[in-house]
Design a protein. Structure first.
Length: 142
């Protein structure tokens, strides 16, 4: 069955990333295992999401992720099979930690928004739960 690390939306937290203010700009860096609680093995970003579209729509069995709105804004709906919570990301120095076993949907992308994703593992299609009913069943029967 779709076993995954048990977690709740309470474990999905906002992390203030280091921000260096300079006269010319701001700089935010993320140090793997220091500023975030996992080593980064994969980095990708979402952009040019058409108005009204959503991304995500899945959960992971083992993967941790940090989502950052490096440009623009979007909402992340977190669902642990019992409760839901919506977080708005709109600052490039603020990241949302998403732990394994959490269903996520990304919605309400502003024009020109970019979502940076730092992941704890390389891409593995076997780590995904893509059917919401399987997700809910697994959360309630493992």
């Amino acid at each position: 069955m779709n076993n995954f690390v048990e977690s709740s939306i309470d474990q999905c937290i906002l992390i203030n990333l280091p921000k260096l203010n300079t006269p010319a700009s701001n700089i935010t860096s993320v140090n793997s295992g220091k500023d975030i609680p996992f080593a980064v093995h994969r980095v990708y970003y979402l952009y040019d999401v058409p108005g009204g579209e959503s991304r995500g729509g899945h959960a992971h069995k083992e993967l941790n992720q940090l989502l950052v709105a490096v440009c623009g804004s979007f909402d992340v709906i977190l669902d642990d099979g019992t409760r839901k919570k919506t977080i708005t990301l709109n600052k490039p120095s603020l990241g949302l930690l998403i732990t394994p076993g959490i269903w996520r949907n990304l919605i309400n992308f502003s024009s020109g928004s970019v979502c940076l994703v730092l992941a704890s593992h390389n891409y593995n299609p076997d780590d995904y739960i893509r059917d919401y009913m399987d997700f809910v069943y697994t959360k309630n029967h493992d």
